[in-house]
Ligand binder design. Structure first.
Ligand SMILES: [Fe+2]
Length: 421
């Protein structure tokens, strides 16, 4: 198994502490929910919060406790069917689109399932942690962090679709500074290296590190703002087919898109649903909840283009991973003054790139069930870079590749422009 890569071994006590902290954070993210919220599935892409809490436990149970913890007894053998997401080689799956009908197990039973798995994991982690077990443990923690972001995006979709527009929780007041003018950060043509560095954790899809040739380009100093996106809307952006890819225009017509997801006109002003409730759209914040098709149409309208993922990674390679992440508590993208030196490359919004989610040269999906983690999705999706206001900071790095289908809008997805020079 080589889905995850990490060279340095950590003492067992550090694993215990990290394991407890990551697992506790998932439960904490659900604390503002009512019991009714836990089972909701507002569309097939969304999973009920209860399902996320159970599935992340199933992951540790299936890939660590069953093979490595002698005598482990499953909490409920039927959960292997209910909470397997997409690992066909492990067994049959409960249909994804029907996760919202699972009134049982109850929330309380799912929390007990988590405790059962945690107790066994804590016993296991008091022993020696090395080799394959260490790699799986790291993968399990990274997997749970991915689901923490999904918990927030799914909760937002569940609550945001309710006409009462209930807030997930009260959010801190954000920055209200004016949008800084865009500057263009130049990069000269040449052979560059992208992909994961050998000594740090990475997913298999970030490897192998390899050479790419880039032409002269410049990348924008910040993401596109709501104000700029409003100008695109006001210029008839959603009614001009010449700005859109054919597939995008079809999506727009079928889904009646007129603005980003969660946006609605009210009293002649745009409002949007945020995790803090229903609010006017601030012009200075980065636009989010746009699809790849919308990002691409905006770039065409602006006379620019989206960066490739290689251009983005080269631009971000020496930039510290600082920004507006889940730990900041805003749970919404913020205006550009927060941490200006980083050009908001990390945090705030995932940035759509012009790149297909494809294997790097020399990539081979790992053998075994965990080889299903990333490789089998390398078709018809686009890469996003940088992380968002819902991502854990420790989960990100320059080589991190997120990927979604181009019509996807419920993630915190925005865009940054690039130009040829
Ligand atoms: Fe998962």
């Amino acid at each position: 198994m080589n889905v995850a890569n990490r060279n340095a071994s950590a003492p067992a006590v550090q694993w215990l502490e990290r394991y407890a902290a990551v697992r506790q954070q998932s439960v904490a993210l659900c604390a503002p929910l009512s019991v009714e919220d836990y089972g909701m599935q507002s569309m097939s892409d969304v999973s009920p919060p209860k399902w996320h809490l159970a599935h992340t436990s199933w992951f540790f149970e299936t890939f660590i406790l069953v093979p490595y913890f002698k005598g482990y007894l499953a909490f409920n053998p039927q959960y292997a069917y209910l909470f397997n997401s997409y690992y066909q080689t492990v067994g049959t799956l409960f249909p994804r689109a029907q996760r919202g009908v699972l009134s049982r197990p109850t929330v309380q039973e799912v929390l007990e399932y988590r405790k059962h798995v945690d107790a066994a994991m804590q016993s296991l982690l008091t022993g020696t942690v090395h080799g394959d077990l260490e790699q799986r443990l790291e993968l399990g923690l990274q997997h749970e962090q991915q689901h923490q972001e999904l918990l927030l995006t799914d909760i937002k979709h569940i609550l945001g679709g309710n006409p009462l527009k209930p807030a997930y929780r009260q959010l801190p007041a954000g920055s209200t500074c004016a949008t800084a003018a865009v500057t263009w950060l130049p990069h000269t043509a040449g052979v560059r290296q992208i992909g994961a560095q050998a000594n740090d954790f990475s997913f298999d899809n970030e490897r192998p590190r390899h050479r790419v040739y880039l032409h002269d380009f410049a990348i924008a100093s910040r993401p596109v703002s709501n104000g700029e996106y409003l100008a695109f809307i006001d210029a008839g952006g959603y009614s001009r087919p010449e700005l859109w890819l054919s597939d995008g225009w079809q999506e727009l017509q079928q889904r009646h898109w007129q603005a980003p997801l969660y946006w609605q006109r009210q009293d002649n002003a745009w409002h949007h649903y945020t995790l803090g409730g229903w609010l006017p759209v601030p012009a200075e914040q980065p636009v989010c909840h746009v699809s790849y098709y919308e990002a691409d149409a905006f770039a065409r309208w602006a006379g620019k283009r989206l960066p490739t993922e290689a251009e983005w990674e080269v631009a971000a390679a020496d930039v510290p991973v600082r920004g507006n992440f889940v730990e900041a508590g805003y749970l919404h993208p913020q205006a550009a003054d927060a941490i200006p030196s980083t050009a908001q490359l990390y945090g705030d919004v995932w940035q759509w790139t012009a790149s297909d989610y494809a294997p790097y040269p020399g990539y081979r999906a790992p053998t075994g069930a965990l080889g299903e983690y990333n490789g089998k999705f390398m078709c018809n999706q686009r890469v996003l870079r940088g992380g968002s206001c819902a991502s854990p900071q420790s989960h990100l790095r320059a080589s991190y590749r997120n990927f979604f289908y181009p019509a996807t809008r419920w993630q915190f997805s925005g865009l940054r422009l690039a130009v040829d020079i």
